[in-house]
Design a protein around this ligand. Structure first.
Ligand code: NAD
Ligand code: UDP
Length: 316
């Protein structure tokens, strides 16, 4: 059965994840208001949507209030790659904290359901592995990643306080490393970096000895998790981990990307950035139990369309 048609705001809608979310919502017949200040997002990511009468683009910075009428809000606005969120760390904290306050205030006034794109970074450099939602994390509050980690932690606090204090219908997803087409080629994240380097036959920059781990989720699986969470019963707010539990070392990722691109690139070891988490893997039992969700696209299956996307970018 088709769900009822809604007006839905997506902050950060011109970004990597936001643009895929807009695509999916429009494909279901919903009206979408994409709100973005184009700090890391691009018009190119949503160019194919501009002629769609159900799609509206609003250039706006979420650190300022916004007055619109919608049924649901997906709050994704925030730079996500370490290079981008450390470029202007004060603005990053403002985007998470003031952005959350503004979007929660909006949701309260118009009685909209609101979704927060939180992150596995709330667990910091975790001492519990894999990470369940019950783990409170191990975050350096004054380090270079804190603008992102603590901003996102504070946003979760605000969401729960608006829920308890004002009865807001909230949904919080803790997203683990996700990759796919429309990642920014220069945002420094590991999958995009390695693919761009491999396609150019340039050295693959592995930070540290490459033994740190991450678990990579393909974007289509993640968006399915977003929708299931937003549509879950009102008494389930999360936070819920959304990510692929298959864990790889960064060196394994580099080797896989070299093999899949047929590159002649060599691996170059560079210093590990400060506070770089040693290991990361989501415990997704809550998502399985509450949302019936688990990812089914393997890293090898997800890498091919991602590599093809970056190949096409090179020819533009
Ligand atoms: P992205 O950088 O591609 O997208 C973020 C979008 O937010 C961009 O379009 C950017 O222009 C916009 N934005 C930034 N600051 C803004 C502001 N002040 N006002 C309005 N728009 C603003 O990153 P992404 O990977 O698509 O991440 C989307 C969300 O998901 C972020 O909140 C991020 O923290 C979260 N997340 C992503 C991942 C991942 O692996 N991709 C993992 C954990 C969490
Ligand atoms: N990384 C790397 N080389 C790169 C980019 C990243 O070795 O060119 C490592 C980085 O140090 C980290 C992991 O890959 O250990 C994931 O980095 P990313 O920036 O993608 O995300 P995050 O650290 O936020 O999970």
């Amino acid at each position: 059965m088709k769900t009822s048609i809604k007006r839905i705001a997506v902050t950060g809608g011109a970004g990597f994840l936001g643009s895929h979310l807009c695509d999916w919502l429009l494909s279901q017949g919903h009206e979408v208001l994409c709100i973005d200040n184009f700090f890391t997002g691009t018009k190119q990511n949503i160019a194919h949507l501009l002629a769609n009468p159900l799609f509206e683009l609003i250039r706006h910075d979420v650190t300022f209030p916004l007055y619109i009428e919608v049924d649901e809000i997906y709050n994704l606005a925030c730079p996500a790659s370490p290079i981008h969120y450390q470029f202007d760390p004060v603005q990053t904290t403002k985007t998470s904290v003031h952005g959350a306050i503004n979007m929660l205030g909006l949701a309260k006034r118009i009685k909209a359901k609101i979704f927060q794109a939180s992150t596995s970074e709330v667990y910091g450099d975790p001492r519990v592995h894999p990470q369940p939602e019950t783990y409170w994390g191990h975050v350096n509050p004054t380090g270079v990643r804190a603008c992102y980690d603590e901003g996102k932690r504070c946003a979760e606090t605000l969401f729960f306080d608006y829920h308890r204090q004002h009865g807001l219908n909230i949904k919080i997803a803790r997203i683990f490393n996700t990759y796919g087409p429309r990642m920014h080629p220069n945002d420094g994240r590991v999958v995009s970096n390695f693919i761009v380097q491999a396609l150019a036959n340039k050295p693959i920059t592995v930070y540290g000895d490459g033994s740190q781990t991450r678990s990579f989720c393909y974007v289509d699986d993640l968006i399915d998790g977003f929708i299931r969470l937003m549509d879950s019963p009102d008494d389930f707010c999360g936070p819920v981990n959304l990510g692929n539990p298959n864990e790889f070392t960064i060196l394994q990722l580099a080797e896989q990307i070299i093999a899949r691109t047929g590159s002649t690139s060599q691996i170059e070891f560079l210093p590990l950035p400060a506070d770089d988490p040693r290991q990361r893997r989501p415990d997704i039992s809550l998502a399985v139990a509450k949302l019936g969700w688990e990812p089914d696209i393997s890293l090898s299956d997800g890498l091919d369309p991602t590599i093809n996307y970056f190949k096409k970018l090179q020819t533009l």
